[in-house]
Design a protein around this ligand. Structure first.
Ligand code: SF4
Length: 423
């Protein structure tokens, strides 16, 4: 059997715990001792189970992942108190401030009649970055808020909860109030994702071409591939999964052309060569750059490849610190293909992790990885930082399609975007 109809037990295993990038990210802010821990304990008490509690280093924000029913999987990003004066405070507070780039929603805990520069900082950041804000006034058993204070806070956010998180008798009501506020205020695009649905009408057939090479993890598929398979099933369609070597033969055995072929970017030239011109084809990376980022912006950014000159600085940005292998795509393959395509020696740097280097404006182009480990909020923030620094940004899938001369075919499901590139 040269190919496998999908259903792999590993897929089921790795989907049991929702990956971090698919969880709602909740930034939790408040002064030291305002009751953030009591709040988390209260929320974690019933109807939810803590599936992980990752304490980072002393300067890291602590991530707490939970199943918050009926809402779904969430991760609280528990930040340092912005008023923390301890020795490690500066490093922690710097990390705390970066949470605004990751959080889908902000929860700010304060006390009645105490609204100072720390609370104001969180409010203004939320407002400027358009992040929904839930404000919780805690400790109302010992310090009830005045009418004037409540009136002022309601001007900042309609999502206001008054609470005493040590009042265990009332804990169920507080949990319900919080879940209701979460459902009402979470960003709309968190609930609706369009990976493949608009490209595959119900009853369609897709073919996924997935190389099993050194980069493939042993015994399983990677997250974007699993997500794409699940999306096909959610859209009442079918998918055949095959490696690039068996693809051409498998295609010849199908009694109808597939509605869509999706492949790993690294084999796109070969897959294009094996695919009839009338069959739509793209890469996982391009689909995910549409889902998580802004495909149009990434395509505009790719135009900069044509203008690169000897010595130009290029940033290859990776959103996580994965273990690089010998023939790594970001460190080896893309630099090699860039040299072949441009014919000039470029100054290519790689930077991995949640941040960019501080000198972003020094680069002529940012080539970003697929960002499978980060959420849409963080990817959009990374696009925004490039815009502010006036640096074009593209992603691996689009860059590779340009370098391999197959962009038109790789954008065949989105012909208007290819027109944009050619203008
Ligand atoms: S695509 Fe980016 S975020 Fe995903 S594993 Fe690779 S480097 Fe990490």
């Amino acid at each position: 059997m040269p190919f496998a109809i999908i259903l792999n037990i590993n897929i089921l295993i790795i989907m049991q715990e929702t990956p971090k990038a698919l969880r709602l990210q909740i930034g939790l802010f408040g002064r030291t001792n305002v009751g953030k821990s009591s709040f988390l304990n209260c929320i974690a008490n019933q109807n939810i189970s803590i599936v992980s509690d990752i304490a980072g280093t002393t300067t890291d924000v602590v991530e707490k992942s939970m199943e918050l029913l009926p809402f779904g999987p969430v991760t609280f990003l528990d930040t340092a108190g912005l008023d923390d004066n301890s020795v490690l405070a500066e490093a922690r507070i710097n990390k705390t401030k970066k949470i605004f780039n990751r959080a889908d929603i902000i929860v700010l805990i304060c006390e009645a009649d105490k609204w100072g520069e720390n609370e104001e900082y969180v409010r203004i950041q939320s407002e400027n970055l358009k992040i929904p804000l839930i404000i919780i006034i805690n400790k109302i058993d010992i310090n009830p808020p005045s009418e004037a204070f409540l009136k002022k806070i309601r001007l900042f956010s309609s999502a206001l909860i008054t609470a005493s998180f040590i009042d265990l008798e009332n804990a169920e009501n507080l949990r319900n109030d919080f879940k209701k506020a979460l459902i009402e205020n979470s960003p709309k695009d968190y609930f609706s994702s369009n990976l493949l649905g608009d490209l595959l009408p119900s009853g369609s057939l897709a073919v996924f071409v997935i190389p099993i090479d050194l980069e493939a993890p042993k015994g399983r598929l990677i997250l974007p591939q699993v997500q794409a398979i699940r999306d096909v099933l959610d859209n009442d369609s079918a998918v055949v999964v095959v490696k690039e070597k068996e693809y051409a033969e498998m295609l010849s055995r199908l009694n109808q052309a597939p509605n869509l072929v999706v492949c790993d970017s690294q084999v796109i030239a070969r897959v294009v060569a094996d695919t009839p011109e009338n069959v739509k084809l793209t890469s996982f990376s391009i689909l995910f750059s549409r889902l998580k980022g802004d495909l149009e912006e990434f395509i505009k950014g790719a135009i900069a490849i044509e203008k690169l000159q000897a010595g130009d600085k290029i940033l290859v940005a990776e959103a996580c610190t994965h273990h690089a292998i010998q023939d790594d795509i970001g460190r080896v393959k893309i630099p090699r293909w860039l040299l072949q395509y441009t014919g000039v020696a470029l100054n290519i740097e790689t930077f991995a992790g949640h941040d960019y280097p501080d000198n972003l404006e020094d680069y002529k182009l940012v080539i970003h990885c697929g960002g499978c480990m980060i959420n849409r909020k963080e990817m959009m923030s990374r696009l925004r930082q490039c815009k502010l620094a006036n640096v074009p940004i593209t992603n691996y899938g689009i860059c590779i399609s340009v370098l391999q001369g197959v962009l038109r075919r790789a954008l065949s499901p989105f012909p208007e975007l290819y027109e944009l590139y050619m203008k």
